[in-house]
Design a protein around this ligand. Structure first.
Ligand SMILES: Cc1cc2nc3c(=O)[nH]c(=O)nc-3n(C[C@H](O)[C@H](O)[C@H](O)COP(=O)(O)OP(=O)(O)OC[C@H]3O[C@@H](n4cnc5c(N)ncnc54)[C@H](O)[C@@H]3O)c2cc1C
Length: 458
């Protein structure tokens, strides 16, 4: 579905004018403090640019922390580490301070094939605070970007809303790391939402669980009894909706983990109305899944449901239409690009869109067979997929970069968001130096710079 269809409701309108303080002088302004925004702002600030990072909540990490999605997808293709640079630094520092799950070792991110990297939520928030501050990023929490000031196709500044009220801020280059391509949409650049009908993957509200007997749980997982147990629970009416697609509990420590289960079907996540419905339904589903684990899954007899996340986990919303749209053909061909800023290999992971067995079978064959690259193989990510079509001073990173819908099912996960964030931040810094629009930047210079900063670019 294309720009704006179905998103506007016909309310009456009023005009409202207000004066507000204006600040400026920023070389690079990054909107959104998820993993892509963290990487983008650190990259720009380390290159000496005066960098502002704007985040609507009070901690960094985005879906990874505030959404309680406390595990990075694999960093390696099974042979080599694909994720270098700032993403790798985060994992190495997290390991050194003991906030990764006990089973994670350097081999996990060096050569682990399909090996997740769970982390402790609080420790990750603190680490990201530290890294952003060390880099000299000016960080503004509890500040929401609500509008843009345009000068033709150039973004001149942003309208922000914080505890002080409204303010305006000027900058020279901008990086949209909002996950939802919020800045790109406000600036009037093209984007798409979901499939041809504008339907997206359902969100999930994740939870923290403690008092798990990890040994019993792991023995149960290894016994191969999961599928039959879930089917029995479905038959016995443990759930209000049929949903066999359960990523489940990932352990972050000896007796605790996070629960990723309960698709909220029919929620797109681009309106407060949708998000409200999603939060309420997500909390109901979390209750059902915790009850299911307690009754049916060994190791969860005494489980305590600590909390659901304060924000709904959005898997998919807008994708920008960029100077290059990375396609499933590129993925299948393991394509390399002259302007490649990194490589990744995550299988195409598009969650079921409706609660029925056919949708689940289609998903399983897609994720487990059809769109899974074998060890040692990966696809390239071109710099052009970070540039909205026609952009003069805007770059995009993270979940909403320019891909077709299938490939977004791979690039949306956090390791790849680190890669695109790092590249977008470095590109913004170089553009500022060269006084060039993003598309005019010498991709060779960007690649050389990123390699020097530890990125994997063969
Ligand atoms: C349920 C679920 C499970 C997942 N499981 C995994 C997994 O196991 N491993 C993995 O690697 N990935 C997983 N993912 C995917 C991954 O977590 C996300 O796609 C990724 O974290 C997105 O990062 P991002 O930086 O692009 O955006 P986000 O993490 O969404 O960050 C965007 C940030 O921008 C801020 N923001 C947005 N709009 C504004 C605004 N207007 N003004 C100011 N701030 C704003 C938000 O508050 C947020 O902090 C999962 C996702 C979901 C939903």
């Amino acid at each position: 579905m294309s720009t704006d269809e179905g998103e506007q409701k016909a309310y009456p309108t009023i005009d409202y004018q207000v004066s507000m303080p204006l600040s400026g002088g920023y070389d690079v302004i990054v909107v959104g403090g998820g993993v892509s925004g963290v990487a983008a702002s650190i990259a720009a600030a380390r290159m000496g640019r005066k960098t502002l990072l704007v985040e609507q909540f009070g901690s960094l990490g985005g879906t990874g922390t505030n959404g309680l999605v406390n595990a990075f997808n694999p960093f390696s293709d099974g042979v080599r580490t694909l994720i270098g640079g700032i993403g790798l630094e985060v994992v190495q520092r997290a390991y050194e301070r003991g906030i990764l799950a006990p089973h994670v070792t350097p081999e996990t991110w060096k050569t682990g094939y399909m090996k997740w990297i769970p982390f402790q939520n609080e420790g990750m928030k603190v680490l990201l605070d530290e890294m952003v501050q060390e880099a000299g990023v000016e960080l503004r929490f509890f500040t929401t970007m609500i509008d843009v000031l345009m000068d033709g196709r150039r973004i001149d500044g942003l309208i922000l809303h914080g505890r002080e009220g409204l303010s305006a801020v000027r900058g020279r280059y901008f990086v949209d790391c909002t996950g939802d391509a919020h800045l790109t949409a406000l600036a009037g650049f093209p984007y798409e939402v979901g499939d041809e009908q504008g339907r997206t993957m359902p969100p999930t509200l994740c939870s923290h669980l403690i008092n798990i007997d990890a040994d019993a749980y792991l023995a149960f997982r290894e016994s191969g009894a999961w599928e039959e147990t879930l089917e029995r629970a479905l038959e016995e009416g443990a759930f209000t909706v049929w949903d066999k697609h359960v990523p489940g509990v990932i352990l972050m420590g000896e007796n605790y983990g996070f629960l990723n289960a309960g698709h909220v079907f029919g929620v797109v996540g681009l309106s407060s109305e949708d998000l409200t419905r999603g939060m309420i339904r997500g909390r109901q589903l979390a209750q059902e899944f915790v009850a299911f684990y307690r009754k049916y899954v060994p190791g969860f007899e005494k489980v305590v449901h600590m909390s659901t996340a304060p924000v709904l986990g959005i898997r998919e919303s807008r994708r920008i239409v960029g100077e290059y749209i990375l396609s499933i053909d590129d993925f299948l061909a393991r394509r390399s690009f002259p302007d490649e800023i990194g490589r990744y290999n995550n299988p195409i992971d598009i969650h079921i869109m409706s609660p029925d067995p056919e949708a689940y079978e289609a998903y399983a064959s897609m994720y487990e067979k059809r769109y899974r690259l074998p060890p040692g193989e990966s696809y390239g990510i071109p710099y052009r997929s970070l540039i909205p079509k026609g952009s003069q001073n805007l770059l995009v990173a993270g979940r909403c970069i320019s891909t077709d819908r299938l490939v977004q099912g791979s690039t949306r996960v956090m390791p790849c968001c680190f890669v695109t964030g790092h590249a977008a931040g470095a590109a913004a810094a170089l553009c500022q130096e060269e006084e060039a629009p993003p598309l005019a930047l010498d991709a060779g210079l960007l690649r050389q710079t990123l390699r020097g900063q530890g990125a994997y670019i063969p």
